[in-house]
Write a protein that binds this ligand. Structure first.
Ligand code: PRX
Length: 629
């Protein structure tokens, strides 16, 4: 079978194709209709079928590999290194599930997970899946304000958290941020379950905070059966940034997600039961959900949960783990590789990485020099894959489980089965030709595993994703792309105000709102600017209410520092702009729209393009001056 005919089959006979893939997972009750697309663009998969993600990830493997490793925990921050077999993982998840049930958590209730990379975070996610609760993991790098808006949107009954994480040897306390977030939020969870790693002091809130270790002791022998769920019930929500300041809860189903992940493990990642998978991502991102937790476990693989950076204790750590645990499939982000590129290349060959079938990279554009450097240095195949929080699994890549399609530097590959990908003209909605730039779009229905809707807001789902191409009900990825004559796609950046900092997706509007909350700021614009290491960084231009505050250099520097601190405290350090430039007016169109693309072009020393609609040319001059162009 070649990839092209496999792909064609998946589009021409969707139901037949996915019914076959659905055999990869266990169904407690078989599904009837494969696809219900009676209410476009909402797609429902495997109707009436009953399954459970936790059962497929753990219980299903107990008969054949109960004592094989399931979760390998490595923290180079604390020195912990533990292996949990499938049997032990099963026990831990049942204990966690019993704690949740005792706190009144049941099917459909939300559980917010705000955790560093610790095994208990994975137990919590799987425990939710087991009992039909909906988990909503919030990245540990987000600060109180971001966390509070997610608490208000998800309205969780329970929050699972920890005293602290650790990054590059520095303790990063979580508890006070969580307390502050709950203070800020209108919704108050009835219970907060705290894992005490003894890294940072914690103040316990009586009647609300529970200690995980003592709760676990109480439930050591817990037996918690799985709750079978109809395929279209909700497994989780995961917040992601878009054009507006308010993050969207990407909502996913149970059956479709399980089938999509199991199929991707077979056809794309080529991982087999009994082997080890290592993704250096974080559970707070979609890669962590799909390819630290669910994907590898569904395939019966051991998954490495790693707390640490790629360069500590030295730049050979990732490869040392590959050798030690005989990793066959690895997943990382281009930024991690660019960080390693600054180190001695001898680290790449200091360990035996021959077990590795391929290193998958995703989350941001993989530039050609980085791809070449790692491919040559490591001597293992590098596979770029392009997808989004919304899709949950790759849209563009190669599927070596189907056909050994050669990879091409700078390209993530071609459309994956299930995705009817089109490149459309931004205004006319017509398909563009070979080598012509267009918006990467997908003709609905979206395949299994993709988002069902925006949590609590069906209208927002349709308005956001299916309304940007005039006259056509198509899903927009908000990425620009081109396709070459051989069918390889290339991604050219976002069409909207989303930026990608070191593989972390952020909305510039969120950062703008945060900066504008500083009492001195009248208005501001934030753009993403190309950066050699992080891919992009945020850069801010602010207009002050009273410009005399920055009459002196020290006044200007102090205010810039203060504004950065506001962003740190509200959103988290990952959103902090690299610079805050002060101007007295922002470049805007006559109708008042900020010309972000023009500002971004100037920051990257490019031509700002057509500026016939600009209200006041002087605004652009100010940007140039601020940038010393
Ligand atoms: O702009 C694209 C970029 O990251 C966005 C999605 O980010 P997120 O929702 O965090 O999901 C990451 C899942 C891997 C996309 O819209 N992006 C992701 N992968 C690539 C990429 N850009 C270029 N090449 C990629 N391989």
């Amino acid at each position: 079978m070649n990839l092209e005919s496999f792909h064609r089959q998946s589009i021409e006979d969707r139901e037949g194709f996915w019914a076959k893939q659905a055999e990869l997972i266990h169904w407690n009750k078989p599904f009837g209709q494969v696809l219900d697309y009676s209410k476009p663009p909402f797609a429902r998969w495997f109707l009436g079928g009953e399954t459970n993600l936790c059962f497929n990830a753990i219980d299903r493997h107990l008969a054949s590999q109960a004592d094989k490793p399931a979760l390998i925990y490595v923290s180079t921050e604390t020195g912990e290194e533990d292996t949990y077999s499938f049997r032990q993982l099963h026990e831990e998840v049942m204990r966690m599930a019993a704690i949740m049930i005792e706190q009144g958590v049941g099917k459909g209730d939300r559980v917010l997970v705000y955790m560093p990379m610790v095994p208990q975070a994975v137990f919590a996610m799987l425990a939710c899946a087991r009992i039909g609760a909906i988990h909503s993991v919030v990245f540990g790098g987000f600060a109180a304000h971001s966390l509070a808006s997610r608490i208000d949107d998800a309205t969780p009954k329970l929050i699972v958290s920890a005293d602290a994480g650790s990054r590059a040897g520095k303790v990063v306390p979580y508890k006070h941020l969580l307390d502050e977030a709950i203070e800020l939020s209108a919704h108050k969870p009835s219970c907060v379950l705290m894992v005490d790693r003894k890294l940072a002091p914690m103040t316990r809130i009586e009647g609300r905070d529970l200690d995980y270790a003592s709760q676990r002791e109480k439930h050591l022998d817990a037996q918690v059966p799985v709750t079978w769920l109809e395929s279209n019930e909700i497994s989780y929500t995961l917040y992601t940034s878009g054009t507006t300041g308010k993050p969207k809860g990407v909502q996913r189903d149970v059956g479709g997600y399980a089938v999509a992940l199991a199929a991707s493990m077979k056809h794309i990642y080529c991982g087999n039961a009994g082997e080890t998978y290592f993704s250096s991502s974080d559970i707070g991102w979609v890669v962590g959900h799909s390819y630290i937790v669910y994907g590898p476990l569904l395939a019966g693989m051991a998954t490495i949960v790693y707390e640490g950076t790629p360069v500590r204790p030295d730049a050979g750590i990732l490869w040392r783990l590959v050798e030690k645990y005989q990793v066959t499939v690895m997943f990382s982000a281009p930024t991690a590789i660019r960080v390693l590129k600054k180190q001695d290349p001898a680290y790449l060959t200091a360990h035996d990485t021959s077990s590795l079938r391929a290193l998958f990279l995703a989350g941001e554009p993989l530039d050609e020099p980085t791809a070449q450097w790692i491919e040559e240095g490591l001597g293992r195949p590098i596979i770029d894959n392009y997808w989004q929080t919304e899709t949950g699994w790759p849209i563009l890549t190669v599927a070596h489980g189907i056909e050994k399609t050669p990879t091409r530097l700078g390209s993530p590959g071609m459309p994956m089965y299930g995705y009817d990908v089109r490149l459309l003209h931004e205004q006319t909605g017509e398909q563009v030709g070979v080598n012509e730039k267009g918006v990467v779009a997908i003709m609905p229905p979206l395949p299994p595993g993709c988002m069902q809707t925006v949590w609590g807001d069906d209208e927002r789902f349709v308005d956001t994703y299916f309304s940007s191409i005039p006259g056509k009900l198509v899903y927009s990825t908000f990425d620009w792309g081109v396709r070459d004559a051989d069918g390889y796609y290339f991604i050219l950046g976002r069409t909207d105000d989303v930026i990608n900092v070191a593989g972390h997706r952020l909305g510039t509007r969120e950062i703008e709102e945060s900066i504008s909350s500083h009492s001195s700021v009248a208005e501001c614009a934030v753009v993403g600017v190309a950066d050699q290491l992080k891919g992009q960084v945020a850069m801010a231009f602010a207009v002050l209410k009273d410009p005399t505050v920055i009459a002196t250099t020290s006044g200007r520097l102090a205010l810039e520092g203060e504004i950065m601190k506001v962003v740190d405290n509200q959103l988290g350090a990952i959103a902090r702009p690299s610079r805050v430039h002060f101007v007295t007016l922002l470049p805007k169109t006559r109708s008042g729209k900020v010309l972000r693309r023009a500002i971004q072009a100037l920051c990257e020393r490019r031509d700002p393009g057509d500026l016939t609609t600009i209200e006041d040319q002087a605004a652009l001059e100010q940007v140039r001056e601020a940038l010393a162009i």
